[in-house]
Write a protein that binds this ligand. Structure first.
Ligand code: NDP
Length: 243
């Protein structure tokens, strides 16, 4: 049977790339979004039913245009994974406000833009799933994480609010909140003290972090449960993670 369209934001690295590989191996049509399309195109995928578009999630219009193009080719979006995000650690008294803006724009506005793009159609069709990638830093605070935590607490809050609102339309809104994992996330941090603190924390826990494949597998499991079942929220981390 023909599988429905899945959209993954931030597919060029980390969790997004793992999810793209897992769903692609199971023959789901995919719309993969990110700014670095060359990196997405270099993933080991079967590109027969994959559309790759350069979309900055903060740009609602280009998000909508990409989804429209994918839907014309593959049918309506059945799953949107709002995964794109940035973590620019630092102390608010030292950090450049442009870094706060980038995090809030990407992690909160980007998620809202994604939801806005697909949710009306899902409500009309009485079906569909949105999985927003938050973080354990969306449930508890960590030093150097003030604005990142604000953005991810925001993801939890907006997701649960919308979940309540659209539950009667048979649309699922779920949150996946991982702990520390090896991705490109730390590479954008400009405050070297914050990077060192984070790396030392990981070392103090034995240096084993969560393998991104388990985030991808759990997201796929959440999605493939029957539409009548909604795992509202998952917190997943390496067993050795102490916080
Ligand atoms: P990566 O840095 O490896 O991946 C982030 C992805 O987001 C990239 O594909 C990047 O693509 C994309 N992205 C960033 N900004 C934008 C934008 N403005 N528009 C479109 N795409 C964008 O990190 P992760 O895989 O770790 O991050 C994925 C999600 O997981 C994030 O939401 C992050 O907060 C969350 N998370 C990560 C944890 C970790 O320890 N790694 C723990 C908990 C949560 P490109 O640059 O090509 O646009």
């Amino acid at each position: 049977m023909k599988k429905p369209l899945i959209v993954i934001t931030g597919a060029s690295s980390g969790f997004g790339a793992e999810m793209a590989k897992l769903f692609n191996a199971d023959n789901y049509p995919l719309l993969l979004l990110g700014r670095r399309v060359d990196k997405i195109k270099a993933l080991p995928l079967n590109f027969d039913n994959v559309l790759v578009k350069s979309v900055d999630v903060t740009d609602l219009e280009s998000f909508q245009a990409a989804v429209l193009e994918a839907e014309e080719r593959f049918g309506k979006v059945d799953l949107l994974v709002n995964n794109a995000g940035v973590m620019l650690l630092g102390n608010v008294w030292k950090q450049d406000p442009s870094e706060w803006q980038t995090m809030l724009d990407t992690n909160v506005m980007g998620v809202l833009n994604g939801m806005k793009t697909v949710i009306n159609s899902m409500m009309d069709r009485k079906g569909g799933t949105i999985i927003n990638i938050s973080s354990i830093a969306g449930r508890k605070t960590f030093g150097n994480h003030a604005v990142y935590a604000a953005s991810k607490f925001g993801v939890h809050a907006l997701s649960e609010t919308v979940r309540e609102e659209v539950s009667g339309h048979n649309v699922r809104v779920m949150v996946m909140a991982p702990g520390a994992a090896e991705t490109e996330l730390l590479t954008h941090i400009t405050d070297q003290d914050a990077v060192d603190t984070y790396e030392n924390w990981k070392t103090s826990m034995g240096g084993t972090t969560l393998d991104p494949i388990y985030v991808a597998k759990t997201v796929k499991y959440m999605y493939e449960l029957p539409q009548e079942v909604s795992i509202r929220e998952v917190l997943i981390a390496a067993t050795s993670q102490d916080a």
